[in-house]
Design a protein. Structure first.
Length: 391
């Protein structure tokens, strides 16, 4: 719901206090680096909510209305992250901390997973980041999507051996293959041309008049793009890897399954050293989990400051079904494609990984199919406001 510039915002103080207590209550259980990552997650949630920075609605608006402000903001965010990442990834460290990009194999499993994810985010009503920040903002339907997302991600982990047998090639980093200056220049050229083409095909529309407030929002899309790129760099420096989201969902699903009797020894994916350690330890030792929790709390805080925390929102039975189906598809697709719109596309392309480019090329056709399927679940294809938000 857009804010009217001539009205003051009624802050929902109890919700804001609860979010802050959640952040402060977690800190004693975290090591120093994890505290910093929790804070970064909080700022990611605040930024995503205040800038309404999502992917599902942005793509739908660009396809149906030819209004691409949201998509172009994403392209500029990726371009800035590419420039910011390059020096660190070229040397392999930041202030003595070893770092590596979001680079993954290229093959059919990425293509199929991204296509499936594209369908899912239109039915589920959000992307990886969008599901988290809208659920954190109090949207109960997105809470359903999130639970299904977690289930789908765990489900896919049980089939990873089969998917990895599909044809593909090892991971390719353009930075290491072409050289970092050449790779950055190539990516900036492609992203710039894509943004120019989208702007050129846009239908003329009057810009929305909004009063922008730092703490209560809304924020301009480009401010959100810059903030997210800088926060992604901070994540790279502190976590050793770029911003990611959906590994935590896979882990949460596996822990929940273990509580009801699932045996990890039955799944080859969970025999890896990293996976076994993650299962054995608390989620508060997992960087992605801590950041996702911070993002949820940050979005909750931002929604309360904006007077828009909406836990009592109503939705239909068909909308719930769409949330379940969409969440399952997103979770499954993200797991087999080595990430979602953040981990595979944004962080992958910013790392000059070819798999990130393949991901977005296949997610867009899936998005088109998802848009076509939405009315079958009673979902409108005309969001109330043409922004980069979810919907």
């Amino acid at each position: 719901m857009p804010l009217r510039p001539d009205r003051s915002v009624a802050v929902q103080w109890p919700v804001a206090a609860l979010a802050l207590l959640g952040v402060l209550g977690l800190m004693p259980f975290l090591a120093g680096r994890m505290i910093a990552l929790l804070v970064i997650g909080v700022w990611l949630g605040v930024t995503l909510f205040h800038a309404a920075f999502g992917f599902a609605s942005a793509y739908r608006v660009a396809i149906l209305r030819r209004e691409s402000a949201g998509v172009r903001a994403q392209l500029w965010m990726v371009a800035l992250a590419t420039v910011l990442f390059a020096p660190a990834l070229a040397t392999g460290e930041v202030f003595g901390q070893a770092v590596g990009g979001a680079v993954a194999p290229v093959g059919w499993q990425v293509a199929i997973g991204a296509f499936v994810f594209g369908i899912g985010m239109q039915l589920g009503g959000g992307c990886g980041s969008g599901t988290l920040y809208t659920a954190g903002g109090g949207n109960p339907r997105m809470g359903v999507t999130l639970l299904a997302f977690i289930a789908g991600s765990f489900w896919a982990s049980l089939h990873m051996g089969w998917w990895q047998m599909l044809p593909g090639i090892p991971a390719v980093s353009l930075g290491h293959t072409l050289g970092w200056p050449q790779a950055v220049a190539l990516q900036l050229a492609v992203l710039g041309v894509a943004a120019w083409w989208l702007k050129r095909r846009d239908r003329a529309s009057a810009p929305a008049t909004r009063r922008h407030r730092v703490w209560q929002g809304p924020w301009p899309l480009m401010a959100g793009a810059v903030a997210l790129a800088v926060l992604n760099l901070a994540t790279l420096a502190l976590a050793g890897h770029p911003w990611s989201i959906t590994w935590a969902f896979t882990l949460w699903g596996a822990k929940a399954a273990s509580w009801v009797g699932w045996d990890a020894a039955s799944a080859p994916f969970w025999q890896g050293g990293f996976q076994q350690a993650a299962l054995a330890n608390s989620v508060l030792t997992d960087t992605t989990s801590v950041m996702d929790i911070g993002l949820l709390l940050g979005a909750m805080l931002a929604a309360a400051l904006a007077g828009r925390y909406a836990a009592n929102r109503r939705f239909s039975g068909r909308a719930v079904m769409a949330a379940v189906v969409g969440g399952l598809l997103m979770g499954y697709g993200a797991r087999i494609a080595f990430g979602c719109n953040i981990g595979a596309f944004v962080s992958g392309v910013a790392s000059t990984s070819v798999h990130g480019w393949l991901w977005i090329a296949c997610a867009i056709p899936g998005t088109v199919l998802g848009i076509w399927l939405r009315p079958m679940f009673g979902l409108a294809n005309e969001p109330p406001v043409a922004t980069g938000g979810t919907g």
